[in-house]
Design a binder for this molecule. Sequence first.
Ligand SMILES: NC(=O)c1ccc[n+]([C@@H]2O[C@H](COP(=O)([O-])OP(=O)(O)OC[C@H]3O[C@@H](n4cnc5c(N)ncnc54)[C@H](OP(=O)(O)O)[C@@H]3O)[C@@H](O)[C@H]2O)c1
Ligand SMILES: C[C@@H]1O[C@H](OP(=O)(O)OP(=O)(O)OC[C@H]2O[C@@H](n3cnc4c(=O)[nH]c(N)nc43)[C@H](O)[C@@H]2O)[C@@H](O)[C@H](O)[C@@H]1O
Length: 306
Amino acid sequence: MKVFLTGGRGMVGRAVQDDPAAAGHEIIAPSSVELDLTDRAAVIASVAEAKPDLVIHAAGRVGGIQANMANKAGFLTDNMDMGLNIVLAAKAAGVPRLLNLGSSCMYPHDAPNPLAEESLGKGELEPTNEGYGLAKLAVARLCAFVSDENEALSYKTLMPCNLYGLHDKFDPARSHLVPAIIRKVHEAKLSGAASVEIWGDGTARREFMFAGDLADAIWTAAARFDELPGFMNVGLGEDRSINDYYAEAARVIGWEGTFTHDLTKPTGMKQKLVSVDRAKSFGWCARTSLADGLALTYEHFKEHHA
Ligand SMILES: NC(=O)c1ccc[n+]([C@@H]2O[C@H](COP(=O)([O-])OP(=O)(O)OC[C@H]3O[C@@H](n4cnc5c(N)ncnc54)[C@H](OP(=O)(O)O)[C@@H]3O)[C@@H](O)[C@H]2O)c1
Ligand SMILES: C[C@@H]1O[C@H](OP(=O)(O)OP(=O)(O)OC[C@H]2O[C@@H](n3cnc4c(=O)[nH]c(N)nc43)[C@H](O)[C@@H]2O)[C@@H](O)[C@H](O)[C@@H]1O
């Protein structure tokens, strides 16, 4: 199968290409330097030339709560532009299948947890990442509209929970929780610091899945595309408190200090656990434990970022 992959140099894009299932497929993965996805004409030309069997859209302007709060407009416009451009380019080229990546941030702020796909679009989004969430929701809806209006086109969306893994972003200005913890605890271990600061009181809950598991879900979806629901969450089915993530990372990294809590920091949604009922019915589940995922990510961090 010829696959056109966006975001190939990102955490998810790299995991997709490193997955054993990628072997045997022809993967065209232009970098953002080779193809700026916000340039509609360039995207249309590139997809028309490639004429792939499947587009996997794994590019995006992505960041943690602090990055999103700092530039809601940029997160909205960049993700909207990239998403609309790749979907419209695929449609123009008659690409039969497209797999779009949404996010658990698309769900309404007060939707009941676990977040079920039926809740999408039924309430206001979380203010801290509203720009990103609106763009994700709009592009996911566009995929559904294009599919409904064109029998030959099947464009579907996976909504992953929070992710971490190799090639994550360890820059504190952009980091999500897990890479931020790894950097802070690693630095405390090296410096001999007695404590590490947690944003908020640590009682918020999150579901962080290893990016390699999402890559497995993506290739499973690609192989059984016609059976795949139009919208499907991809997650672990369980969450943990922020405090627990810090404690587990300290154990994996081998640092025995204490934690302080900075209550002035933003904490976002109290909980963001996706329902995995549809994924289970589809026959997919995540396999990487937090301990194993953290160990793999920490080794990569030490090799490339420390
Ligand atoms: N990380 C999470 O927790 C999470 C959770 C749910 C869903 N997702 C979704 O999963 C996808 C991948 O996320 P990720 O964590 O892998 O993000 P990432 O590591 O930041 O990678 C994003 C990729 O998008 C590319 N990109 C950004 N702007 C571009 C542009 N204008 N033109 C072309 N390419 C551009 C980047 O290219 P460069 O490397 O060249 O900059 C990078 O390869 C995104 O759609 C994200 O919304 C992520
Ligand atoms: C999946 C992503 O979810 C994102 O929301 P969100 O889970 O709050 O993003 P994170 O930045 O991962 O924050 C998760 C939780 O960890 C807490 N936290 C504790 N210590 C830290 C720290 O040192 N750094 C960070 N970053 N968090 C920390 C943070 O307050 C929040 O409650 C959205 O903003 C994105 O758009 C994206 O969709």
